[in-house]
Design a protein around this ligand. Structure first.
Ligand code: KIV
Length: 258
């Protein structure tokens, strides 16, 4: 019997059953299909594609058109997983703009959208949720703020940051988010946030006590070998395997033509 399609309600139920949620990023048809066949319940067309697919220095260069292009490709895999997509930089500056762009991602095949921030974007979150579009929050280190912040900084070290994270997480839950990504949050604070809300937290570089974990897939499989975040240990080294295979193949061709 085919397994049922994953929904936001199922992800919330996984938290209440104490089941960890595995999540990965996917940017195109084959990767989405492979990760789905492996049974990953939550796939994200993340704007990390800006770096690991498009070669930008950070996510602030990613456009709505680029997100739509990749969401369409991922959605063609028709995953059983819930397929979420990032609203890119400056695409959700007002509730109207956020809703219009969330609708574009849904029209391209996304089943949920994610945006970075808590109370600062709560009206945008309400507009999206009120339109019936499932919303995934993102707190902690916000990659789209890298230029203002001057780098990728761990959050939760100071008491004011801890309090802000708790208040933002509660606000997102109250506004109807079905889950929250916690990126680079100190592990004790990530645990406290996870215990303070009933929707699942999906950690990345935030310790083991979140309700789930997400990774940028190329980091996990060594497919972007020029940079790997400190908190990830690649499980395979695809980049090295590609170089070795291609070199071997080319060498085998290189005997003189007779
Ligand atoms: O863009 C992305 O891949 C993300 C993950 C790091 C959570 O937001």
């Amino acid at each position: 019997m085919a397994l049922a399609k994953v929904t936001p309600a199922e992800l919330r139920a996984m938290k209440s059953r104490g089941e960890r949620i595995a999540s990965l990023t996917a940017y195109d048809y084959p990767l989405t299909k492979l990760l789905d066949e492996a049974g990953i319940p939550l796939l994200l067309v993340g704007d990390s594609l800006g770096m690991v697919v498009l070669g930008y220095p950070d996510t602030t260069h990613v456009t709505m058109d680029e997100m739509v292009h990749h969401v369409r490709a991922a959605a063609r895999a028709k995953p059983r997983a819930l397929l979420a997509a990032d609203l890119p930089y400056h695409s959700y500056q007002s509730p109207d703009q956020a809703l219009a762009n969330a609708k574009r991602l849904v029209a391209a095949g996304a089943e949920a959208v994610k945006a970075e921030g808590g109370r600062a974007i709560i009206e945008q979150v309400r507009a999206i949720v009120n339109a019936g579009i499932p919303f995934l929050g993102h707190l902690g280190m916000l990659p789209q703020s890298v230029l203002e912040e001057g780098g990728y900084k761990i959050k939760g070290k100071r008491d004011a940051e801890r309090e802000a994270l708790l208040a933002d997480a509660r606000a997102l839950e109250e506004a109807g988010a079905f889950g929250i990504v916690l990126e680079l949050v100190t592990p004790p604070v990530a645990k406290e946030v996870s215990q303070a809300i009933s929707i699942p937290t999906i950690g990345i570089g935030s310790g083991p006590d979140c309700d789930g974990q997400i990774l940028v897939t190329p980091d996990l499989i060594g497919a972007f070998p020029w940079f790997t975040p400190k908190f990830v240990k690649p499980h395979i080294h695809t980049g090295e395997q590609i170089r070795a295979t291609v070199t071997q193949w080319a060498k085998a061709l290189s005997h003189p033509v007779s």
